[in-house]
Design a protein around this ligand. Structure first.
Ligand SMILES: Cc1cc2nc3c(=O)[nH]c(=O)nc-3n(C[C@H](O)[C@H](O)[C@H](O)COP(=O)(O)O)c2cc1C
Length: 162
Protein backbone atom coordinates (compact mmCIF):
# COMPACT_ATOMS: atom_id res chain seq x y z
CA UNK A 1 0.00 0.00 0.00
CA UNK A 2 1.53 3.33 -1.07
CA UNK A 3 1.18 6.08 1.48
CA UNK A 4 2.04 9.78 1.53
CA UNK A 5 1.77 12.53 4.12
CA UNK A 6 0.81 16.01 2.91
CA UNK A 7 0.95 18.89 5.36
CA UNK A 8 0.16 22.56 5.57
CA UNK A 9 1.85 24.72 8.17
CA UNK A 10 2.04 28.40 9.00
CA UNK A 11 4.26 28.22 12.08
CA UNK A 12 5.99 24.84 11.81
CA UNK A 13 4.05 22.61 14.22
CA UNK A 14 2.39 20.50 11.52
CA UNK A 15 5.69 19.99 9.72
CA UNK A 16 7.11 18.36 12.86
CA UNK A 17 4.09 16.09 13.27
CA UNK A 18 4.01 15.22 9.56
CA UNK A 19 7.69 14.26 9.64
CA UNK A 20 7.17 12.03 12.69
CA UNK A 21 4.23 10.26 11.04
CA UNK A 22 6.04 9.85 7.71
CA UNK A 23 9.14 8.50 9.50
CA UNK A 24 7.06 5.89 11.30
CA UNK A 25 5.30 4.88 8.11
CA UNK A 26 8.53 5.04 6.13
CA UNK A 27 6.89 7.14 3.45
CA UNK A 28 7.39 10.57 1.84
CA UNK A 29 5.91 13.81 3.05
CA UNK A 30 5.23 16.94 1.05
CA UNK A 31 4.27 20.45 2.03
CA UNK A 32 1.12 22.07 0.65
CA UNK A 33 2.20 25.56 -0.39
CA UNK A 34 -0.38 28.30 -0.58
CA UNK A 35 0.47 30.97 -3.15
CA UNK A 36 -0.83 33.76 -0.92
CA UNK A 37 1.77 34.98 1.54
CA UNK A 38 0.26 35.02 5.01
CA UNK A 39 1.42 36.78 8.13
CA UNK A 40 2.91 34.06 10.33
CA UNK A 41 4.31 36.01 13.27
CA UNK A 42 2.75 37.83 16.20
CA UNK A 43 -0.83 38.06 17.30
CA UNK A 44 -1.94 39.50 13.94
CA UNK A 45 -1.46 36.06 12.37
CA UNK A 46 -4.79 35.13 13.95
CA UNK A 47 -6.48 37.46 11.45
CA UNK A 48 -6.00 34.64 8.92
CA UNK A 49 -8.87 32.93 10.76
CA UNK A 50 -11.34 35.14 8.88
CA UNK A 51 -10.51 33.57 5.53
CA UNK A 52 -10.89 30.08 7.05
CA UNK A 53 -14.30 31.00 8.51
CA UNK A 54 -15.39 32.44 5.17
CA UNK A 55 -14.46 29.15 3.50
CA UNK A 56 -11.87 30.80 1.25
CA UNK A 57 -10.27 28.37 -1.18
CA UNK A 58 -6.53 28.97 -1.20
CA UNK A 59 -4.63 28.75 -4.48
CA UNK A 60 -1.88 26.20 -3.99
CA UNK A 61 1.22 25.14 -5.90
CA UNK A 62 0.99 21.89 -7.89
CA UNK A 63 2.10 18.97 -5.72
CA UNK A 64 5.28 17.17 -6.82
CA UNK A 65 3.66 13.88 -5.78
CA UNK A 66 0.25 13.55 -7.39
CA UNK A 67 -2.21 11.98 -4.92
CA UNK A 68 -3.43 9.72 -7.76
CA UNK A 69 -0.32 7.59 -7.25
CA UNK A 70 -1.14 6.68 -3.63
CA UNK A 71 -3.62 4.41 -1.86
CA UNK A 72 -3.42 6.00 1.55
CA UNK A 73 -3.23 9.76 2.00
CA UNK A 74 -2.60 11.53 5.28
CA UNK A 75 -3.17 15.25 5.68
CA UNK A 76 -1.67 17.17 8.58
CA UNK A 77 -2.94 20.70 9.11
CA UNK A 78 -3.94 23.16 11.81
CA UNK A 79 -7.51 24.28 12.11
CA UNK A 80 -8.18 27.97 12.13
CA UNK A 81 -11.25 29.44 13.83
CA UNK A 82 -12.53 25.86 14.13
CA UNK A 83 -12.45 25.65 10.31
CA UNK A 84 -10.31 24.12 7.54
CA UNK A 85 -7.31 26.18 6.46
CA UNK A 86 -7.73 27.81 3.01
CA UNK A 87 -4.68 25.89 1.71
CA UNK A 88 -6.16 22.51 2.61
CA UNK A 89 -9.54 23.58 1.21
CA UNK A 90 -7.67 24.40 -2.02
CA UNK A 91 -5.92 21.02 -1.92
CA UNK A 92 -9.23 19.16 -1.43
CA UNK A 93 -10.83 20.94 -4.40
CA UNK A 94 -7.83 20.76 -6.71
CA UNK A 95 -7.36 17.03 -6.16
CA UNK A 96 -11.03 16.10 -5.65
CA UNK A 97 -10.97 13.36 -8.32
CA UNK A 98 -7.60 11.94 -7.26
CA UNK A 99 -8.70 11.69 -3.63
CA UNK A 100 -11.86 9.72 -4.38
CA UNK A 101 -11.98 6.20 -2.93
CA UNK A 102 -8.66 6.60 -1.11
CA UNK A 103 -8.05 5.88 2.56
CA UNK A 104 -7.77 9.34 4.10
CA UNK A 105 -6.19 10.22 7.43
CA UNK A 106 -6.44 13.67 8.98
CA UNK A 107 -4.20 14.92 11.77
CA UNK A 108 -5.14 18.32 13.20
CA UNK A 109 -3.12 20.56 15.47
CA UNK A 110 -4.58 23.32 17.60
CA UNK A 111 -4.11 25.38 20.73
CA UNK A 112 -6.89 23.93 22.81
CA UNK A 113 -10.31 24.41 21.23
CA UNK A 114 -12.37 21.23 21.12
CA UNK A 115 -11.57 19.84 17.63
CA UNK A 116 -15.02 18.29 16.98
CA UNK A 117 -16.39 21.26 15.02
CA UNK A 118 -13.24 21.35 12.89
CA UNK A 119 -13.38 17.59 12.31
CA UNK A 120 -16.94 17.80 11.04
CA UNK A 121 -16.03 20.66 8.68
CA UNK A 122 -13.02 18.76 7.33
CA UNK A 123 -15.21 15.66 6.87
CA UNK A 124 -17.65 17.72 4.83
CA UNK A 125 -14.75 19.07 2.77
CA UNK A 126 -13.28 15.65 1.99
CA UNK A 127 -16.75 14.10 1.57
CA UNK A 128 -15.93 10.79 3.06
CA UNK A 129 -14.74 8.99 6.08
CA UNK A 130 -11.55 10.20 7.64
CA UNK A 131 -9.37 8.51 10.23
CA UNK A 132 -8.69 11.35 12.64
CA UNK A 133 -6.37 12.48 15.39
CA UNK A 134 -5.87 15.83 17.05
CA UNK A 135 -2.80 17.25 18.78
CA UNK A 136 -3.24 19.99 21.35
CA UNK A 137 -0.40 22.07 22.68
CA UNK A 138 -0.16 21.97 26.46
CA UNK A 139 0.19 25.17 28.45
CA UNK A 140 3.78 26.45 28.31
CA UNK A 141 4.81 23.56 26.06
CA UNK A 142 5.11 23.44 22.34
CA UNK A 143 3.89 19.92 21.75
CA UNK A 144 1.05 17.70 22.90
CA UNK A 145 2.44 15.71 25.84
CA UNK A 146 0.70 12.60 24.48
CA UNK A 147 2.15 13.09 20.99
CA UNK A 148 3.85 9.71 20.57
CA UNK A 149 0.88 7.75 21.94
CA UNK A 150 -1.47 9.67 19.64
CA UNK A 151 0.73 9.00 16.61
CA UNK A 152 0.90 5.28 17.46
CA UNK A 153 -2.88 5.08 17.83
CA UNK A 154 -3.44 7.03 14.58
CA UNK A 155 -1.13 4.73 12.65
CA UNK A 156 -2.78 1.68 14.13
CA UNK A 157 -6.25 3.06 13.18
CA UNK A 158 -5.05 3.70 9.63
CA UNK A 159 -3.74 0.18 9.39
CA UNK A 160 -7.06 -1.40 10.27
CA UNK A 161 -8.99 0.34 7.49
CA UNK A 162 -10.16 -2.07 4.81
C1 LIG B 1 -5.43 32.09 12.03
C2 LIG B 1 -5.33 31.12 13.15
C3 LIG B 1 -6.50 30.65 13.75
C4 LIG B 1 -6.43 29.68 14.77
N1 LIG B 1 -7.60 29.21 15.31
C5 LIG B 1 -7.53 28.27 16.29
C6 LIG B 1 -8.72 27.73 16.88
O1 LIG B 1 -9.86 28.05 16.49
N2 LIG B 1 -8.58 26.84 17.89
C7 LIG B 1 -7.35 26.43 18.34
O2 LIG B 1 -7.31 25.64 19.28
N3 LIG B 1 -6.21 26.90 17.77
C8 LIG B 1 -6.27 27.80 16.76
N4 LIG B 1 -5.11 28.27 16.19
C9 LIG B 1 -3.83 27.73 16.61
C10 LIG B 1 -3.28 26.72 15.60
O3 LIG B 1 -4.24 25.77 15.23
C11 LIG B 1 -2.08 25.98 16.21
O4 LIG B 1 -1.14 26.92 16.67
C12 LIG B 1 -1.44 25.04 15.22
O5 LIG B 1 -0.69 24.07 15.92
C13 LIG B 1 -0.52 25.76 14.24
O6 LIG B 1 0.03 24.85 13.35
P1 LIG B 1 1.29 25.26 12.44
O7 LIG B 1 2.38 25.69 13.39
O8 LIG B 1 1.64 24.03 11.69
O9 LIG B 1 0.88 26.38 11.55
C14 LIG B 1 -5.17 29.22 15.20
C15 LIG B 1 -4.00 29.72 14.61
C16 LIG B 1 -4.08 30.67 13.60
C17 LIG B 1 -2.83 31.19 12.98
Amino acid sequence: MKTIVYYYTLTGHCETIATLIADQLNCDSEKIIEKKKRLSKGFLRFLNGGSALQKNTGKIEVMNNNPAGFDRIIIVTPFWAASPTPAVRGFAYKYKEELKDKTLGLALTNLGTDPEEAFSKYKELFRGSLITVSFTKAKNEWADPKMSELIDQFISDLGTVI
